[in-house]
Structures are given as C-alpha cells and as structure tokens.
Design a binder for this molecule. Structure first.
Ligand code: NAD
Ligand code: G6P
Ligand code: MN
Length: 441
C-alpha cells in the first residue's frame, strides 16, 4: 500500500494535536511515510512538535516526522497532500476582528460580517503565497485547506489560480452538524447521505437520507423543535458554542424548510446575537483562555512526561478526522460523499456559475464530483446572492486595492446594512490592519 507524504502548514495550530492523533488512529487506512509540519512561529510549533515526537514514538513508530520553519525544507520534497490551517495575525488580530465591530455596535465574529472581512483580507495574501510555494515543487499535490474565512479564501484562490484543480477548501462545520444529528438520532453519521447547499458558513441541509433512502430530515426537525439542539461533543464545548447550537431551534422554528448551518444566526438575528456578545470578552478571549491554553499546557506536559498515554487534549475529533477521511477518499478514489466548497457551474441552477458554493460531492482521484441541487427557493437565493456579492467584492477589494469595493462589500453585509456604519467600521479596520492589508485607495 502506498504511503503518503504530508505537509501540515500551521503546525502550531491549536487543532494540530487532534489532527496528529487522528493520523495515529487512521494509520492503517491512511499510511503516512513522511510528515512535515511548517509554521512561521518557531516557538509555537516547537511545543506541538515535541508533543508529536512523544505521541508518534508510542503510537506511530514508523512515521518519519520533522517540523520546520524553513520553507525550502518543507516544500522541496515529493508531497501527496498539503493540509493547511494557518491564521495570519494570530489570535491578537482575531481579537481586533471581533472587538472593533462590537465597539461600533455591529456583530464581531471571526468569519462572519466585518470580522470575517478583516480576517479574509489578511488570509488571502498568505494563502496565495502558500499555493505558489507548493506549486514550485509539487504540481499535483492536493492542497486541502481549512484556513478561514474559507469562503473568501476559496474565491480568491479560484481567481488567482483558475486552472489549479488540486485545491479543495473544506469546513468542518457541516461534518460537526452531521455528527450532532447522528447523536440526536442515535445513528452513525457516516451512514447519512446529505443534500446541502449554500456558501461556506451560510448553508442549509435540505435532505438527510439514510442507507435505505428514507429522508430523516422531517424526524430530525421535530426532534430539534421538541428538545433543542446540541453539538455532538457538547460535554467539551464552551458556553458560547452551546448557545450557538441552541439558536438552531429558533432558526428551524422561523424557517422550517431546511436545517441551517449554525453561522446563519449572525445574519438572520444580528440584533439578538449582538445583545449576547460581550465587547470586552469575545470568542477569541474564550479560546485563548480555554483551548489554546489547554493545548499548549498539555503538549508541554506530555513532552516532559515522555508519554502521551494519559493525554486528554488530543481526542479524535471531527476536525482532525474529517480532513484525513477527505484525503483518503481522494487518494484511493473511494468516491465517498462529503460537504465541500467548489465552483457552482450549474450545481445550483439559479445561482451564479462562478460562486464558490458548499455542497455534497463524491470525492475521487479526479477531485469532487458534485451532486446536482437544482433550483433553490427565492428566500434562500436572495440571502445567498447578497452574501456572495459581499464575498466577491471583498476579494476584489483585496486584488484591486479598492476602498470603494471594500465599502460596497461591508454595506451589503447583513450584519451591517447602513453605508455610514460600513464606512466607520472599514476605517477602523484599515487602521488596525495596516501591517497586513494592501493599501485601499
Ligand atoms: P492558531 O493561531 O492556533 O494556528 C495557526 C498557526 O498558523 C499558528 O501557529 C501560526 O503561527 C501559523 N501561521 C500563521 N501564518 C502562517 C503562514 N503564513 N505559514 C505557516 N504558518 C502560519 O489558530 P487555530 O484556531 O488553531 O486555527 C487555525 C486555522 O484553521 C485558522 O485559519 C482557523 O480559522 C482554521 N480553522 C478552520 C476550520 C474550518 O472549518 N474551515 C476549522 C477549524 C479551524
Ligand atoms: C467551526 C467552524 C470553523 C471554526 C471553528 C472553531 O468548526 O467551521 O470554521 O474555525 O468552528 O471556532 P473557534 O471559535 O472555536 O475557534
Ligand atoms: Mn468552518
């Protein structure tokens, strides 16, 4: 069986230990020859890298593992897959993305609204560079990208690399939702055959077929309306995530056709969500005090103890497992179906062909083979077209250095609406991001 060479970009990510653990768990079905981790922050990555040395010694002794900040070492090798999860500007800038809009009275969120705009304008530059670096030595390697905001990154990469058909942008939220449905229904989520449409962090499940071809969605909707909704791993989730999942019940009550992605709460109920957000302690503060602290403390402890056997932070979660089963399906031409991000080209008949949409597709060696969705109803089409126009203008604002397009993007976003407010937020974000963004004129 062929063993794969993998590069993880963003080795110092809080999600890396879970990903490494998933690699251990799936070593029979996805055997790795050489694993390299690359990060721009040596200190951060070292902690995870030293943890990995202990973990692999115990659980994956034949893997060849290295971590580096040297791009040449990382890219100048024969790679099969590049897994990307970088965060340009780190949590410090995420905090700004959340707090600046909130200080001006609008939603402050990492990937949605003006926070997502700011983060997108930072991610695009580094993601373009990453693709160029990979392609310098590896024309065929699959780039599986988690880096957020995935919708904006996907659109930018499609524009800059239109002929590159080995880039796949993915999000673990549809997978998290499927696993949560599985727990609620007491069924194996891998047996679900979902129909989903939308943009990243802006979509809906329309059907959820079981192996016998029965649509489970009506039963699932009733369960959510009767008993509410929680994440599959709710025992480990922070309060804000539990509140986010709980909002699904409200969304289903108001719009019962389909089951919504949790991120739609920011666009459908911006006033209500805004009231719940604390401008002095946002999600980035919760992550820095929670997941980030836990992961780094635990990785240091494991490295000192020399054993990962009793380690608690690294469980086999949806995030780590998802990217590997996606890679497996591509590598072995399995054709398993997953919800992924790809160019519309008629999948949703009444949306623009060039929109990067999120839909179910079978993943083969040739890449995603999407399932047709057909026409979608006016309400959903209207919401998506507004959001897609925002995303498109964001990418154009970056590529053209256009203040006017940035202003149009933010004015279109449902979390802002007012052009005056959009200008105020944009000017504050420009000031905070001057080390990262192109100049907007
Ligand atoms: P993090 O800051 O802990 O990790 C990111 C790492 O990337 C850091 O160690 C940082 O030093 C490194 N980095 C930054 N720029 C880099 C570059 N140009 N090259 C190489 N490394 C670089 O953040 P996190 O919360 O662990 O998230 C990591 C990324 O994964 C973020 O973009 C996040 O939004 C994304 N993510 C996406 C999904 C999804 O559903 N698509 C799910 C989870 C996380
Ligand atoms: C979900 C989303 C991701 C996001 C992640 C973590 O899984 O799909 O895009 O990065 O949540 O969010 P957090 O706020 O916990 O860092
Ligand atoms: Mn996501």
């Amino acid at each position: 069986m062929k063993k794969f060479n993998i590069l993880v970009v963003g080795g110092g990510s809080t999600w890396t230990p879970g990903l490494l653990k998933s690699m251990c768990v799936r070593q029979e079905s996805f055997p790795i020859n050489q694993l390299t981790m690359l990060d721009t922050n040596a200190d951060r990555q070292k902690v995870i890298g030293e943890f990995a040395n202990v973990l692999f010694k115990e659980e994956y002794p034949d893997i060849k593992f290295q971590y580096t900040t040297d791009k040449e070492k990382a890219f100048n090798q024969d790679l099969d897959f590049v897994f990307v999860q970088m965060r340009t500007g780190g949590f410090k800038m995420r905090e700004q993305d959340e707090k600046i809009p909130l200080s001006l009275g609008v939603i402050g969120q990492e990937t949605c609204g003006p926070g997502g705009f700011a983060y997108g304008m930072r991610s695009i530059k580094d993601m373009i560079e990453l693709v160029r670096d990979v392609r310098k030595y590896n024309k065929e390697a699959w780039i599986l990208n988690y880096t957020n905001p995935a919708a904006i990154v996907a659109d930018a990469l499609k524009r800059v690399f239109p002929d590159d058909n080995h880039i796949l942008n993915i999000c673990d939220q549809p997978e998290n939702l499927l696993r949560s449905y599985g727990r609620l229904m007491d069924r194996d989520p891998r047996s679900f055959d979902p129909v989903y449409f939308g943009l990243n962090h802006f979509g809906w499940f329309t059907h959820l077929y079981d192996e016998a071809g029965n649509d489970l969605l009506p039963e699932l909707r009733n369960k959510i309306l009767d008993g509410g909704f929680r994440p599959v791993d709710y025992e480990q989730r922070d309060k804000s995530w539990l509140e986010t999942y709980a909002m699904v019940e409200q969304m289903v009550r108001d719009f019962p056709d389909y089951l919504p992605n949790t991120y739609l709460q920011y666009y459908l109920y911006p006033d209500k969500v805004l009231n719940k957000l604390d401008p002095s302690f946002t999600r980035s503060n919760e992550v820095m005090a929670g997941r980030e602290k836990r992961v780094f403390t635990e990785c240091k402890r494991v490295a000192e103890a020399g054993t990962a056997q009793d380690s608690s932070v690294v469980h086999n979660d949806a995030h780590g497992e998802f990217i590997i089963i996606v890679a497996e399906s591509i590598a072995y031409n399995r054709g398993n179906h997953f919800v992924v991000i790809l160019e519309n080209n008629g999948i949703v008949e009444n949306l623009p062909n060039d929109a990067m949409i999120e839909v179910a597709a079978s993943l083969t060696k040739q890449g995603p083979r999407p399932y047709a969705v057909g026409e979608i109803p006016t309400f959903y089409k209207g919401l998506i077209e507004g959001q897609f126009a925002y995303e498109k203008l964001t990418v154009e604002a970056f590529l053209e250095g256009s203040y006017q397009k940035a202003l149009q993007a933010l004015t279109l976003n449902r979390t802002i609406i007012s052009a005056g407010k959009a200008r105020e937020v944009l000017d504050a974000l420009i000031e905070a991001n001057k080390d990262f963004w192109p100049e907007l004129t």
